[in-house]
Design a protein around this ligand. Sequence first.
Ligand SMILES: [Mg+2]
Length: 304
Amino acid sequence: MQEIALIVNLTAGYGRCRLKYPEVAAYLKQNKIKAKSFFTEKRGHGEELARQAVHEGFEMVVSMGGDGTLNEVVNGVAGSQVTLGYIPAGSGNDFGRIFGLKKGEVIKACSVLKDGHVRAVDLCRTNGRFFINVAGAGFDAEVGHMANIWGKRYFSGAGAYVASILRQLAAFSPREMVIEIDDQRICTKAWAVVAANARYFGGGFMIAPTAEIDDGLLDVYIIGELSKAGLLMVLPRVVTGGHVSHPAVAFRRAKRVRISSAYALAAQADGEIIGRLPQEFEITGQKINMILPNGGIEGVGGRA
Ligand SMILES: [Mg+2]
């Protein structure tokens, strides 16, 4: 195996990544996988380092950190022929969940680098940046924003998001939105519109149980007009994907979603706040080669 570039965000997962890095380094050494580590020093640095690794001629670039780090590395290697690997060591680790890769299971993730198989994953875009997991606007993004600036400081994993949900629930209500899904135009009050390439967001919520990462389509969910009590009833069902049958939840598959509103609602992609409405989320037609665990995708509607 050729030398790999390992892009590491030691601060990911509030110390988890720093704790796990020696395990990864030891495993790679034991298994004679040569690796050069690049450590991120600030937000956005992962993208810069990944681009540098591509220029240096690495054929495999591996992201070690959370979903935010992975998003940066995706943006750094997009458009190249590089194979992207992923060692989840952040607080959410939503992308890894579809393969049963749990946070902190770094050795299992490392073994994928030599034993996994390469899959061409859809590159999605919003606001000039790529994403591969889940994007959206409204309540989910406001919660993500709250989790980033407050929740993750006091709670770990899903707890950070649950606490942030409760805080945002007090402040938020469904807002009038104009949602263009391919050629269809929907005007409705909604809590959130989610455009999903993979299945999980928010630290373990299965928002899009039947999304496929390589079908050339986004799974779009509109969480429509519900009371706060109604939303509180639906939210626990999102953990297992049970929300999809709720009458206030609408589902479409599309290549492009544009969301606008008179309200400057927050929008997120791969858990990172990308700005405010209006935003467009689209399948680009470009792919990224990722080395992923064998055995396919887990969960509802998964294929073995
Ligand atoms: Mg898809």
